[in-house]
Design a protein around this ligand. Structure first.
Ligand code: COA
Length: 391
């Protein structure tokens, strides 16, 4: 049987039209801003307008990606999110329609807190193993929305990463090295009648660290030839970037070695400005890592994926030679972050209050200059419109 390498051949990203500065939030709360900049490692966070949701973010990221691959062979669309817009229908079906994909595509939504995009990626690898001529579109899209005036509030954020998985990938070949960890922990959950999660924040930090060590140990058991020194960069799930530092330090302590901070430093520049994007967060870390270092060809990345509740996975991938000519998302990544309109705290709080969980009829104002917009609800059906052309 022919052996193919399988992994990410391209990716693209999107975030919201608004941003809130953590200096402004700290000022409003009477908190020392250093708690946010140094204590959490965050500077600001993306805020969705009334006409943005996980579908519009996903469609924007995916349409940019698909536009670069007019001859694509996408037969699967896996939509990973923990902030789904329907209890039954996959958000991916809306995206499938907005992108104009062919009918013969399997579309499904996956959920396990911030972990599910990793499950989607591994399912994609499985599919390509069987059908190496095809491609899988994996989309991670989430809006992290915590209750106002809670400790989680400064760690909000939003964004989507769309990834094209194929044989002989241009960006990162995923290796069979992988390790898993599941533990029933009530650190973070969102019952179906609540628009914001219940969070035991400090328990979630401990659960994350336990899961990091557990998944890493399992991966090493499964891949006896692999050593810590074989991993050139670590990418951690980043609900706030300080968490990556904590995880990195914890892994070192667990293994009885001192791990250099330089191994994670380049992966945090985007999430510092974006905030938490839940299941997309690890893949924004990847986008930042590939962007911030031109010398990664043939280097091995170690990915730590964690989703509260909790499930974790550690896996590895090798950056492909020539990957730098395939970083088209670079053209707009920083530009999108810079283009976000700054909200005052009052405007942000008003937007937060105006969020609707119900499905009565309503229309949304044309709020942000989005490629795709959520127009409201008619007869309990969410309405989407194509707005400006994707840039
Ligand atoms: N200057 C610099 N640092 C400061 C500071 C100041 N004035 N004031 C506080 N800090 C530091 C603290 O020392 C702490 O750092 P450390 O964890 O390295 O010790 C950090 O800022 C946070 O302070 P803390 O008092 O722990 O914050 P908190 O109790 O208000 O909430 C979280 C922190 C993470 C628990 C909260 O943001 C949360 O619940 N987040 C959502 C859950 C989450 O993301 N979990 C991650 C796993 S998925």
């Amino acid at each position: 049987m022919t052996q193919y390498s399988i992994g990410l051949t391209d990716l693209d990203v999107a975030t919201t039209g608004y941003v809130l500065s953590l200096d402004d939030l700290a000022d409003y709360q009477g908190t020392d801003p250093a708690k946010y900049h140094l204590g959490l490692g965050q500077d600001c966070f993306s805020v969705p307008g009334a006409d943005e949701d996980i579908v519009t973010l996903a469609a924007t990221a995916a349409s940019r990606l698909v536009a670069r691959h007019p001859e694509h062979k996408i037969t699967q669309l896996y939509f990973a999110t923990e902030t789904g817009v329907d209890q039954s229908k996959s958000a991916g079906v809306f995206v499938h329609q907005l992108l104009g994909l062919a009918p013969n595509v399997r579309t499904v939504e996956l959920k396990q807190a911030c972990y599910s995009a990793t499950a989607a990626l591994q399912l994609a690898v499985g599919h390509i193993t069987r059908f190496p001529q095809e491609q899988v579109l994996v989309i991670a899209s989430d809006i992290a929305r915590y209750a106002l005036d809670t400790p989680g509030e400064p760690t909000q954020g939003a964004g989507a990463v769309a990834m094209l998985v194929s044989a002989e990938p241009h960006l990162v070949a995923l290796e069979p090295v992988t390790g898993f960890y599941t533990a029933d922990v009530n650190d973070f959950w969102r019952p179906t009648d609540s628009s914001t999660p219940y969070v035991n924040g400090h328990l979630s930090l401990d659960a994350y660290l336990d899961a990091t060590a557990g998944a890493y140990d399992d991966a090493m058991r499964r891949a006896p030839g692999l050593d810590l020194e074989d991993i050139d960069r670590f990418l951690h799930h980043q609900p706030f970037t300080k968490m990556a530092r904590k995880a990195h330090r914890h892994l070192g302590q667990h293994l009885g070695v001192e791990l250099d901070d330089a191994l994670i430093e380049e992966s945090m520049s985007v999430n510092r400005q974006l905030g938490n994007s839940y299941t997309a967060s690890l893949y924004f870390a990847l986008a930042a890592q590939l962007t911030n270092n031109a010398e990664l060809a043939r280097k091995r990345l170690g990915f730590f994926s964690y989703g509260s509740g909790s499930v974790a996975e550690f896996f590895t991938g090798v950056v492909q030679p020539g990957y730098t000519v395939h970083l088209d998302y670079l053209e707009h990544l920083q530009a999108d972050l810079n283009a976000r309109k700054t909200l005052s705290v009052e405007q942000y709080r008003q937007l937060h209050h105006s969020y609707r969980l119900d499905s009565d009829n309503y229309t949304t104002p044309t709020d942000t200059a989005t490629s795709f917009r959520f127009a409201g609800v008619t007869d309990h059906v969410r309405q989407y419109e194509t707005g400006l052309l994707p840039s």
